[in-house]
Ligand binder design. Sequence first.
Ligand code: NAD
Ligand code: MG
Length: 386
Amino acid sequence: MKRIAILGSTGSIGTQALEVIAEHPSEFSVEVLTAQNQADLLITQALAWKPAHVVIGNEAKYAQVKEALAGTGIQVHAGAQALEEVVTLDSVDIVLTALVGYAGLLPTVKAIKASKPIALANKETLVVAGALIMPLAREMGVPILPVDSEHSAIFQCLMGESHNPIEKVILTASGGPFRGFSWEQLAQVTRAQALKHPNWSMGAKITIDSASLMNKGLEVIEAAWLFDVKPSEIEVVVHPQSIVHSLVQFEDGSIKAQVGLPDMKLPIQFALGYPNRMKASFPRFDFKLYPSLTFEQADTRTFRNLGLAFQALEQGGNKACLLNAANEVAVAAFLEDQIGFLAMSDLNDYVMNQGTFIANPTLEDYIESDKLSRIMAQDWVDKNRK
Ligand code: NAD
Ligand code: MG
């Protein structure tokens, strides 16, 4: 029985993880559930799953959660610091990082230091501080099991291949709702249009990132750290059907791919159940229903975020941390209709290239860079409001 801590249990990944756990009651149990703001859903989940601990990030909602769970024996905590503590509990066997953004970094560091395997959905942690996370995980002997579908695909393709060098990893991208759009068209797109992803139903931030190709940029950086590949060994190919989840090319030219319907429950289950493939009831892929799978070049001239991510990876140091923080501010401002779609890339470019560069950042440097980058980004938003 694996006892799981789900950080961000009320989100898209968190709720799907609970569906996976519900299908495998003899393999998994829920030890910790956490949420930032959705107190009502957290309470409902806690009453259904009876975890030992819950954390509500927003301290203003502590009393509500505490009262609703009184008499259940469930311990209730609040605030960001509590997240860093619950991941280290002896009773936790694996931590699923299903929270969004930079907030995942410090709890993940604490969990690794406490020797907890990580099922990593929170890609921002590796984007911000992959240079710190990966060596720490190796030092502690802790596996980082990717939940992101592309990285799960690559991870699966690499099973049994540890002695074979990778020539290239090929990340597939759906292209999002604005695939094929020109700059002129992108200048007009609305929040509502950007929130409609053709193939996946996800949280707001990653949905906007998918529309702007920032998500693929973040995934390029995530792949570089997870699989120890250089920027030149990572290719992005647009595959609108989202059936081929990603591929690996080896030195003999052979390419392996992992294929299936776009359903995050599969990579979530694979990470939680690793190294076992557990029986699952999700729908199967049927070739007859997909007579053509297509592939095309990604348009990095129009979708500048992808180019910026490659640039951050090439330059190293805290560049990707600067880019990530700017992007979190940019997406929030776009969602509040303060800036337009294209302005997100202008903002990312500005902060990444004007922020203070640190070649070999410590954890404290990343924390400081994130903070300063957000201030700089917010300032830019205030000056460039629509
Ligand atoms: P979401 O917005 O649906 O859920 C986010 C969860 O994190 C919620 O439970 C929320 O309460 C919590 N949270 C938000 N801000 C927080 C903070 N500051 N501190 C602590 N907790 C906080 O997001 P999601 O779509 O489930 O994505 C979660 C992560 O997984 C992201 O990093 C995303 O990039 C990654 N991911 C998601 C998908 C997907 O299909 N949704 C696929 C691949 C990767
Ligand atoms: Mg992905």
